[in-house]
Design a binder for this molecule. Structure first.
Ligand SMILES: CCCCCCCCCCCCCCCC(=O)SCCNC(=O)CCNC(=O)[C@H](O)C(C)(C)COP(=O)(O)OP(=O)(O)OC[C@H]1O[C@@H](n2cnc3c(N)ncnc32)[C@H](O)[C@@H]1OP(=O)(O)O
Length: 136
C-alpha cells in the first residue's frame, strides 16, 4: 500500500453537489491491497449519472469517459464522497465532472482528493437511439 502522509488535505467543494457516499470493502481490493480501479470507475459512472438523469427524465447511457485520473489510492474503510457538476449540456448529451474525496479510516473529517473524472451521458429512447435532452 502507498503511504499518503504527503497527500494534501483539501476542503470539500462548495460549487458541486454531493451525489453519492460509499465505503469500499475488502472484496473490492486489487493485488496491491488498494481498491481496484474498476470498482472506483463503476462508482464514478453511477455518481456521474445523477445530475444528467434529472435532465434526461428517462433512459440514458454513458457514451464516453473523457478523462479519468486516479490521484491517490483508495483503501478499504475509506469514506468516499462523490461530488459532481454539469459542465456541458448538448442536444442529446450531457457532460459532468466528478471529484472523489476520501476520509481515511481514523482520519474522519480530513479529506484527500483521490479521483477526478469527466464523463458524457446520452439520453436514449426505447430503441437505444439518442433523443434530445428535454428542455426544462
Ligand atoms: C427503463 C427505465 C429507465 C429509467 C432510467 C433512469 C436511469 C437513471 C440512471 C442511469 C444510470 C446510468 C449509469 C450507467 C450507464 C451505463 O452503464 S450505460 C452502459 C455503457 N454504455 C453503453 O453501452 C452505450 C453504448 N453506446 C451507444 O449505444 C451509442 O453510442 C449511443 C450512446 C446511443 C450514442 O449513439 P451514437 O450513434 O454514437 O450517437 P451520436 O448521434 O453520434 O451522438 C450522440 C451524442 O453523443 C455525443 N458523443 C458521441 N460520441 C461521443 C464521444 N466519444 N465523446 C463525447 N461525446 C460523444 C455526441 O456529440 C452527441 O451529443 P449532442 O451533440 O447530441 O449533445
Amino acid at each position: 500500500m502507498s503511504a499518503d502522509s504527503s497527500a494534501p488535505r483539501v476542503e470539500l467543494p462548495t460549487d458541486q453537489e454531493l451525489v453519492l457516499k460509499v465505503i469500499p470493502m475488502p472484496a473490492d481490493c486489487n493485488a496491491n491491497g488498494d481498491i481496484f480501479g474498476g470498482w472506483v470507475m463503476a462508482q464514478v459512472d453511477l455518481a456521474g449519472s445523477v445530475i444528467p438523469a434529472r435532465h434526461a427524465k428517462g433512459r440514458m447511457a454513458t457514451v464516453a469517459v473523457n478523462e479519468f485520473i486516479f490521484k491517490q489510492p483508495v483503501r478499504v474503510g475509506d469514506i468516499l464522497s462523490f461530488y459532481s457538476s454539469l459542465t456541458r449540456i448538448g442536444r442529446t448529451s450531457m457532460t459532468v465532472k466528478v471529484e472523489v474525496y476520501a476520509e481515511r479510516f481514523r482520519s474522519q473529517g480530513q479529506y484527500i482528493k483521490v479521483t477526478e473524472a469527466s464523463l458524457t451521458y446520452v439520453a436514449i429512447d426505447d430503441q437505444g437511439q439518442p433523443r434530445p435532452v428535454p428542455k426544462d
